[in-house]
Structure formats: structure tokens, C-alpha cells
Ligand binder design. Sequence first.
Ligand code: AHG
Ligand code: MN
Ligand code: MN
Ligand code: MN
Length: 333
Amino acid sequence: MQRISLTQFLIEQQRAGRTTADLRLLIEVVARAVKAISVNVSKGALAGVLGEAGSDNVQGEAQKKLDVIANEILIQANEWGGHLAGMASEEVEDVRPIPREFPKGGYLLLFDPLDGSSNIDVNISVGTIFSVLRCPEGCVEPVEADFLQAGREQVAAGYALYGPSTQLILTVGDGVHGFTLDREMGSFVYTHPFMTVPVDTQEFAINASNARFWEAPIKRYVSEMQEGKNGPRGRDFNMRWVASMVADVHRILTRGGVFMYPVDDKCRAQGGKLRLMYEANPMAMIVEQAGGAATTGHERIMDIQPHKLHQRVPVILGSRNEVERVSRYHAEA
Ligand code: AHG
Ligand code: MN
Ligand code: MN
Ligand code: MN
């Protein structure tokens, strides 16, 4: 079997005019950082990387040691290559400029260094999510306003899943492509070309412990699924909730499903739970590129004009017919 590496894949994308040399470098650097994060994640207790870091991030969450380590790995890997104008991270309050001593490029990189932190200490899959934007014309020292672009402006998006195997899932706007880390060789192998989300599904993902806080359209949608064969849907549904967005989205990309973290009475004051710029937008681009849909219930996620770097949004994404049904229930409410 002929094995295509991530490097070869990216060179071919560049030859076809779908990426620039700088974007190819950027993705290669992110992939290299992902390998380093994967090593740390998989060593677990042996490397003393589990548990709390003893600090809080800007969102008021207690940081895990691996949140801090993954953030440092991504920043250090990306700051000197000359491909970036700036970075932004879940774990860093303000935008992160490129240090003066390094050349600057035209892209902005945003990331959730470690997604699913609550799962680290129990040895359940976690991930990294990233989004790439162009720095607006004339942007030398980017400020927050330069990052506040709608998701449809993304030039690339991806995530890494640190599961039984480490996978890198990527889109540069021409479908979704999956790579698996060959640990012996130290390289990503192209294993999942043109991943697609089936339009229909029998599976949903939501944190059901929040049911009493949900709005009417979500209550209606979930209870109709729970009624199963004898309810209005006329069939049974299954539920899965890993509580690592990366793992939940990856399942949907593999076999379909609908993922929901809607706005509810518990997170209404913040606008939702998940972060628009480095969780919702990159996942929305991936899911749409795979033939699925992503909405807040009222509008397409990638059409939202951001007003804050760490802004939160309601997220409903996955199999198109289900996402459309949830949107319809919101419109009818
Ligand atoms: P993070 O670990 O990057 O802060 O993100 C956690 C998010 C997301 O991965 C997941 O879908 C959700 O939080 C889990 O929320 P619950 O604790 O409500 O299950
Ligand atoms: Mn967090
Ligand atoms: Mn996250
Ligand atoms: Mn995180």
C-alpha cells in the first residue's frame, strides 16, 4: 500500500493552488506541535503531567497542567517560523504577538490547546482545535480587532484527537481530510480522504444533566428523540456524550450524529458554553466542509460577527437534516 504523508498531501494542495507555501508551513508546524502534545498526553502520570496547574485562565476555569503545557508547545512551535502575524489561545487573555526578533507572516492562528481538560485525569480522549485567519491588510502588530472575523473567513481549520490513536483532521476549504500518527515513523499518514457527515442519524450528543435549564426548542427536540419508535420521530435514537468536543465531533464525522451545547439558563449570561473563535468556528468549518451544518439555533455559526476574542456561543452541529430540524423548532418557538 502506498502511504501518503501529511507533507506530501500539503505539497500537492499547494501545487493545486489550494494553499500557499506559508499556510503549508503553518499546518506542518501545528502538526509538529500536535506530535509533541501527543507524547505528553500519552505519558500521563509517568511524566507527572496530570492534575491541576494551580492557576485559572481568563474564562475562570482551573487550568490543568496539560492545558498549560499544550499552550506553551503551540506558542513556541509557531512563533519563530515567519508564517504568523499573531496568535490567540483559550489559555491566554490577550492576543499573543510574535516576538520582535522573529519575522512576521500574514496569518493569524487561534487555538484551544487542550480540549476536554476535564477528561485528562480519567484517561479519556482529549484534543487540540485550531483555526487560521488572514491578517487584514496592513496588519503588522495585530490587535484583538484584527482577529474578530466571521468564521466564513477561515482559510483552514482542524483538530487533533489524542485517542487510542492520534489523528489530525484538516480542511483548507476543499473537503475534510484525516491523518493518523504513525508513532514509530513520527509522521502523519493520510488515512481518511474526504470525510463526510451522513445527512441523517440515529445518534445525538448533549449534556443531559442540563435538561432543566434548556430552552423549549431543545426540550422538544430531545424529548421527541427520547420517545423513540412510538413518538413523533417513529424511530429509536441513541445518545453519546464524551464531554470532549473533539471526540464528540470526531464521532459525528465518522458515523454521523448531532452535537449540541445550546444556550440555557445556566450559561445564558455568558452567551453559551463553547468559545466561538477557537471551538465553534473551526468545528463549524470542518462539519460544513464534510456536508453537515452548524448553527446557534437561530443563525449559521460561521456568519456570526465576533465582538470579543473569548466570546461564547450556542452550538448545534452535525447531520444536516437533524440540524435543520433543530433550527425549525427554534423558528417555530
Ligand atoms: P475545554 O476543556 O477546552 O475548556 O473545553 C471543554 C468543553 C468541550 O470540550 C465539551 O464539549 C464541554 O466543555 C463539556 O462540558 P460539560 O462539562 O458540560 O460536559
Ligand atoms: Mn478550558
Ligand atoms: Mn475546548
Ligand atoms: Mn481547552
